[in-house]
Structures are given as structure tokens and as C-alpha cells.
Ligand binder design. Sequence first.
Ligand SMILES: O=c1ccn([C@H]2C[C@H](O)[C@@H](CO)O2)c(=O)[nH]1
Length: 242
Amino acid sequence: MDIDWERLRAAATEAMRHAYVPYSRFPVGAAALVDDGRVVVGCNVENAAYGVVLCAECGVVSALHSSGGGRLVALSCVDATGEPLMPCGRCRQILWEHGGPECLIEAKGGPLRMAELLPHAFDVADLEAVVGEVPVPVVPERLAAWRGRGTVFVHPDLNAGQQVWTAYWERSAGDDVGAETGVLEEGPTWDDPAAAITWGHARTPRVVVVDATGTMYWAGEGEPPTEIPARWPGQQAGEGER
Ligand SMILES: O=c1ccn([C@H]2C[C@H](O)[C@@H](CO)O2)c(=O)[nH]1
């Protein structure tokens, strides 16, 4: 993906002008390119309780998720002069989770990779190594471009004689005859179908539960589509909109 650093820096500079910094008088703005081409911005917001300051990069990550999610590809952070500012240590950790090692950060001598800014990073892989499964429904980086598309099917399964729930993420979205099909990702197993549905919502608004009899229920966002009129009973109307 082409990175227009001039445009990112201009967006960061514009955001910087909205910073709320009555205590430090040090406005910061940040702008990031998302893997779908969106640009999300943030500015620092301070507080009378000095220690609870929100850095500009925190605003970027909030904007990323509140505007549809995805992965950060490149970020420009600027100070009051419009010059590149290096993210603080806490922000490097936050950015790592949403951009990963290859996300580029503008620096005075040219862009640097997150892997250079935060070598030997702690992240979700360390949790997974001990807990055994990803504790939060994270979309793997290789599938980031599929977020918001396709369908997640949640269904019961048997694991050593025990009934469990599992899910898989499928390319097709029902309406697109002739479009790509095939499984993108197999989910782990859970005791509770609600956990499988949550895994689905992290991937796509189209989540369908297929029970042991093969009956399909809508567990996705919004109103059930005509082909799947029944809503999954474990889920109240509107609960999918998260
Ligand atoms: O990467 C950084 C570094 C600092 N600040 C803010 C926090 C505080 O409001 C001000 C001075 O530290 O700058 C950011 O927003 N991002």
C-alpha cells in the first residue's frame, strides 16, 4: 500500500490543533493509515488529574475501532511545530497491538518499523503461549483485509464425547453468487455458544448459528436477513451491534 506521508502529517497537524492541553501546553496530533485506506486521527487530551492524560495515539486507536476496526499500516505523530514526534513508551505498546511489527512510524530521519521502536515486545502471543488459546477474539493479520466481510457459522461439535461449540469464517456472504467461497479461518472450541458468537462478531457482522438439527439462526448485527428469519434465542435484538 502506498503511504502518503505528506497527507498523514497534514492530518496529524490538523488534529494537533484540537488538542486539549491546558496543563502541559504541549499539543500533539497523530494520524494513521488503516489497511483499508482510511485515515484515523487523534489528539492528546489532558486532565486535572495529570497522570490520566490521553496521548494522541490513544485517540487514533479509539478512532480506528469506533470507525470500523482494521490494522494500522503507518502513523505520523507531530508536535506543535508540525515536526515528527516519537510515540511514548506506553503508546508504543498500544500501537503494537493494532499495527504489529511492520507498522511504520514517521521519524525525523524517515519511517521506522514498530519492531525497531519496541523490540522484544510483549503481546497477545505471550498470553496465548500460556493460556493455550487467544483470550480475546483477535483477527489474524493475514486475514485483516477480510474483516467485515464473509460469514461466521457457529455450530455444535463433539470433543472427546463432550458437546462443545465451534465456528468457522467463510468467504461468501450469502448474496454474492459466483463470489469467492471457502473457509478463511477455523475457530477454537468453546463450552458456551455466546463465546463462539463473540468470536464471529470480531470478524464479520454476518454471524449464523447452525444448531445440531441443522436449523439456522441469525446471530449477526441488525435485523435477520430474509433467508434466515429466526434470531438465535440466546441473543436479544440489538445485541449483535457491538
Ligand atoms: O507520544 C506522545 C507523547 C506525549 N504526548 C502528550 C501527553 C501530554 O499531554 C503531553 C506532554 O507529555 O504530550 C502524546 O500525546 N503523545
